[in-house]
Design a protein around this ligand. Structure first.
Ligand SMILES: *[C@@H]1O[C@H](CO)[C@@H](O)[C@H](O)[C@H]1NC(C)=O
Ligand SMILES: *[C@@H]1O[C@H](CO)[C@@H](O)[C@H](O)[C@H]1NC(C)=O
Ligand SMILES: *[C@@H]1O[C@H](CO)[C@@H](O)[C@H](O)[C@H]1NC(C)=O
Ligand SMILES: *[C@@H]1O[C@H](CO)[C@@H](O)[C@H](O)[C@H]1NC(C)=O
Ligand SMILES: *[C@@H]1O[C@H](CO)[C@@H](O)[C@H](O)[C@H]1NC(C)=O
Ligand SMILES: *[C@@H]1O[C@H](CO)[C@@H](O)[C@H](O)[C@H]1NC(C)=O
Ligand SMILES: *[C@@H]1O[C@H](CO)[C@@H](O)[C@H](O)[C@H]1NC(C)=O
Ligand SMILES: *[C@@H]1O[C@H](CO)[C@@H](O)[C@H](O)[C@H]1NC(C)=O
Ligand SMILES: *[C@@H]1O[C@H](CO)[C@@H](O)[C@H](O)[C@H]1NC(C)=O
Ligand SMILES: *[C@@H]1O[C@H](CO)[C@@H](O)[C@H](O)[C@H]1NC(C)=O
Length: 404
């Protein structure tokens, strides 16, 4: 290649660079204009805004200055749309899917209704989607699985129905899945065993049913598992008891049965803090190992079929809530109540009376269930009385019926 050839190729490189600059800047303008149009389309679907939150969304301000918006510094693209707790009433526009640089969408605590548009699946950079406490209805859009960077997905407290989309299982970065308090039905799909980053699975107060899938035992990062107030049946799979990171577990009010595993709170769930197994058909003894669960603060197993002697709770210095009522605990022997003296925050319960020793209101009070007859419980009553007085707590007496 001669001198001429070099000049020509340099010239052609310069021309190409120039063209690239022209097209990329017009693309940028296009992208920005699309962001603005998408936000206006979003606003157009808001029927009522009593706090005038969206009055700043006007022509005299750049959209990056509009309330609830944050943009990327360099290219001025919308990365955050956060209008939580703004009393907004309306629908979520499908144009939301055009805000392709969005990383956080937070609309929790408003009154959005109608469905969540499938277009949400176009937000492939989205990391946080928070739509809790609205009135969204319809199904969870399965396209959400295309938001492959999603870490937090919360849609608690809406009117969502239908099944849990199988596709959610492909969200390998998902850490938090919160769908509490909807009307979701069907089973937990086996694909959820692929949610390898999941730390929080929070799906209580739905109409979910079937067995708890074995594959949830693959979720090694899981610290919080809440499946309460559904229709789960069968037993807790042994793989679940293998999850050593669990700190809080609730299967409250389901149709589960079987005994609790030996080692609970010690070798099984060694980091246990809160345990809610009430309102099922669990049976057998409370494992002695619970005495070793040094971080246990809540142990709630009311309304089951537990039997036998209650282990010592003396070492559980963090325990503040204990619910044993409506079981068959105790062997009708002298030592049955030994554990009571080991408790710091003591409450007693007899067949006809529930004695509540409370720091604040009765609602917050701790209850201890016991099948002993009223007469047989008088010594307990005294223990409780004296401990209550010692701590200057309120002492309340309810009859069983009244409490129920
Ligand atoms: C636009 O919003 C700003 C900030 O809320 C406000 O000061 C201004 O008066 C608004 N302009 C118009 C034309 O509404
Ligand atoms: C934005 O999204 C809507 C609905 O998904 C679509 O109809 C429209 O063409 C998009 N706008 C632009 C400018 O691409
Ligand atoms: C959503 O709320 C608006 C205003 O309250 C109401 O007019 C509309 O019918 C609701 N739509 C749905 C699908 O519930
Ligand atoms: C939903 O995802 C499918 C592919 O999984 C795609 O074909 C479809 O266009 C998406 N729908 C919307 C509204 O983005
Ligand atoms: C939803 O509302 C309840 C009750 O007001 C509140 O405790 C909860 O924190 C709210 N959830 C979200 C996600 O804001
Ligand atoms: C889990 O992921 C693996 C690998 O991507 C895939 O082969 C498998 O089908 C998935 N399992 C389920 C139940 O979706
Ligand atoms: C659990 O419930 C389903 C129906 O939801 C039923 O088909 C299944 O047999 C039940 N399993 C057990 C172990 O009771
Ligand atoms: C529990 O974990 C151990 C070690 O990771 C493994 O060998 C065993 O198969 C697991 N048990 C169940 C029931 O998943
Ligand atoms: C108990 O909790 C403390 C403080 O959160 C923590 O440092 C400790 O490792 C926990 N111990 C167990 C056995 O979980
Ligand atoms: C409680 O912990 C101690 C010390 O690790 C251990 O020797 C004992 O066997 C444990 N008791 C139960 C019932 O797990």
């Amino acid at each position: 290649m001669g001198f001429r050839g070099i000049i020509i190729s340099i010239w052609s490189i310069i021309m190409q660079l120039f063209l690239l600059m022209v097209t990329s800047s017009s693309l940028r303008l296009g992208e920005n204009e699309m962001n603005r149009q998408s936000l206006l389309a979003f606003k157009a679907e808001i029927m009522s805004d009593p706090l005038s939150i969206l009055s700043s969304w006007n022509e005299s301000l750049h959209f990056c200055q509009w309330q609830g918006i944050a943009c990327s510094r360099r290219h001025q693209r919308v990365t955050v749309l956060d209008l939580r707790s703004s009393q907004l009433n309306g629908q979520l526009s499908p144009h939301i899917g055009n805000l392709s640089f969005l990383r956080t969408l937070n609309l929790q605590n408003n009154n959005f209704n109608n469905t969540i548009p499938q277009e949400i699946g176009r937000l492939f950079r989205l990391q946080q989607l928070r739509l809790g406490n609205n009135s969204f209805s319809g199904d969870i859009p399965f396209n959400i699985s295309r938001c492959s960077n999603l870490q937090i997905l919360r849609m608690d407290g809406n009117h969502l129905r239908g099944k849990l989309p199988i596709e959610i299982g492909s969200l390998s970065k998902l850490q938090v899945l919160g769908l509490r308090k909807n009307t979701l039905s069907g089973e937990i799909p086996p694909s959820f065993g692929n949610l390898s980053s999941l730390q929080v699975l929070d799906v209580p107060e739905n109409n979910l049913r079937g067995g708890i899938p074995n594959v949830l035992g693959q979720l090694k990062s899981l610290t919080y598992l809440s499946l309460g107030e559904n229709y789960f049946n069968g037993t807790i799979p042994p793989s679940i008891y293998n999850l050593s990171s669990i700190t809080i577990i609730s299967v409250l009010l389901n149709e589960l049965h079987e005994t609790l595993p030996p080692g609970l709170g010690h070798t099984i769930f060694p980091n246990l803090q809160e345990f809610y197994f009430g309102g099922n058909q669990f049976s057998g003894p409370i494992p002695n190992s619970i005495s070793n669960a040094s971080n246990l603060s809540v142990f709630s197993i009311s309304f089951n079929e537990f039997t036998g002697k209650v282990p010592s709770l003396a070492r559980l210095s963090n325990l503040y809530r204990l619910a044993f009522d409506s079981n068959n605990l105790g062997n009708d022997e002298e030592g049955d109540l030994d554990f009571i003296t080991s408790l710091a925050n003591i409450i007693a319960f007899a067949n006809q009376l529930i004695l509540i020793c409370s720091q604040r209101t009765a609602v917050e009070a701790e209850i201890l269930g016991y099948k002993h007859s009223r007469a047989g419980c008088f010594p307990v009553f005294e223990v409780c009385m004296s401990l209550c007085c010692e701590r200057q707590w309120v002492f309340v007496i309810y009859s069983n019926a009244q409490y129920a």
